[in-house]
Ligand binder design. Structure first.
Ligand code: SF4
Length: 392
């Protein structure tokens, strides 16, 4: 029997409501301040000061500078979720990042804390590529092929809470881009195969470059193909079952981008994130998580040149912070994360001023059952060797 995915993703028009089943959403009730309001910075400062320690503002590295200036801490998704968990006294956690990150913060913080995402349209295209009903259908496909019992589901941090909970329920775990190797090693001790969600590139790059598997050990599970695009034989033979998802930012870099920058800048060091395509990663000099990229540039000698393959807000900030080094974006064309950029100063002011008035807007709340199982998957990750200190 051939499984046809039963969960087509409908087109969601801007301004026509939110889709609670996915990372997508467009609602923003109330009056947003105009982006042209010259008092926005002052209004944010005032609201921030009025809330004092009752609010804790988190800023992801890919956020705009206009937002980052109001963050109490900056970091990547996992660090920020843990930072939030370290502030149990803060009544409100304002998460300047994307939806799955705010969910993780809600999972890891106490019931008395409320997590706010200033714009619900700040989703993540990668997280959207694996929806829970699709993944459950895929698991049924693995059962049909007789391989589900030997398969351990591992999901990247960049996934919705219900996908994390799916992994928790089915003996799997969460991973970050820093501990994906340890997570895969752990998974291969529990079973013979891994279903890696939702980023095929991180899964492939880790399996091939860090675990020594071959490209032939990997198959792509495509939720938009009949039977998920794989035969029973392929599912039985493969070790890595890679969900067909990718980051729309990191997926844009190509082998040509690497060749082009090497031709333009002599002695350039190419530094990329493992969400990039396999041929980009193999063509680079250095590969690592966002935190690794930040540390590598900071530790680089003055006068060195770096082409960085990650989100443009971060690359621009690194270039500004290290004027003694040449830091350029790996692509020639502009490549911001569109959804990260949804969080701007007007939305931040709107969220903070509502909190001052006692109104919690755009609260992100994960239900207790999903929280429980997602925590199981997160706790398995935290128990991995060295994971106390990992950064996504
Ligand atoms: S950079 Fe990629 S993975 Fe990160 S939020 Fe944007 S789309 Fe998602």
């Amino acid at each position: 029997m051939t499984h046809t995915p039963s969960t087509p993703v409908p087109l969601l028009l801007l301004g026509r409501g939110a889709d609670p089943q996915s990372e997508r959403g467009v609602e923003c009730p109330g009056d947003l301040p105009a982006a042209s309001d010259p008092d926005l910075v002052e209004r944010a400062r005032k609201a921030r000061a009025a809330l004092g320690d009752r609010v804790f503002v988190l800023g992801h590295h890919y956020q705009r500078d206009e937002v980052i200036q109001f963050a109490d801490v900056t970091g990547d998704s996992f660090k920020l979720a843990r930072d939030a968990a370290g502030r149990p006294d803060a009544e409100y956690i304002v998460f300047c990042g994307v939806h799955f990150m705010a969910e993780s913060a809600d999972i890891l913080t106490g019931d008395h804390q409320q997590v706010v995402l200033p714009d619900l349209a700040a989703g993540c295209s990668m997280a959207d590529m694996a929806r829970i009903l699709q993944v459950e259908d895929a698991w049924a496909r693995l059962e049909e092929a007789g391989v589900a019992g030997a398969t351990v589901p591992i999901t990247y941090m960049n996934s919705s809470a219900d996908i994390k909970a799916f992994c928790g329920r089915n003996g799997g775990a969460v991973c970050t881009s820093s501990n994906a190797k340890q997570a895969l090693e752990w998974a291969f001790e529990q079973g013979e195969k891994v279903l890696f969600l939702p980023d095929q590139h991180l899964g492939r790059n880790t399996a091939v470059l860090q675990l020594g598997l071959s490209l032939d050990d990997c198959v792509v599970v495509d939720p938009h193909q009949p039977g998920f695009g794989v035969t029973d034989e392929q599912l039985r033979a493969a070790k890595m079952l890679l969900w067909k998802g990718h980051c729309s930012v990191h997926g844009r870099f190509t082998a040509e981008s690497v060749a082009d920058v090497r031709a333009r800048i002599p002695d350039v060091n190419v530094l990329v994130h493992p969400e990039c395509q396999h041929e980009v990663v193999t063509g680079a000099d250095y590969v690592g998580s966002t935190e690794y990229i930040i540390k590598t540039i900071a530790a680089a000698p003055a006068g060195s040149a770096w082409a960085v393959g990650t989100e443009l807000n971060l690359v621009k900030r690194l270039a500004a912070e290290h004027p003694d080094k040449t830091v350029v974006f790996l692509e020639k064309t502009v490549c911001f994360c569109a959804t990260m950029n949804r969080i701007d100063l007007p939305h931040l002011v709107w969220a903070l001023e509502n909190l001052v008035e006692g109104r919690v807007v755009n609260r992100i709340e994960v239900d207790p059952d999903t929280t429980h199982w997602a925590r199981v998957a997160l706790d398995r990750m935290l128990a991995l060797p060295g994971s106390g200190a990992v950064k996504d």
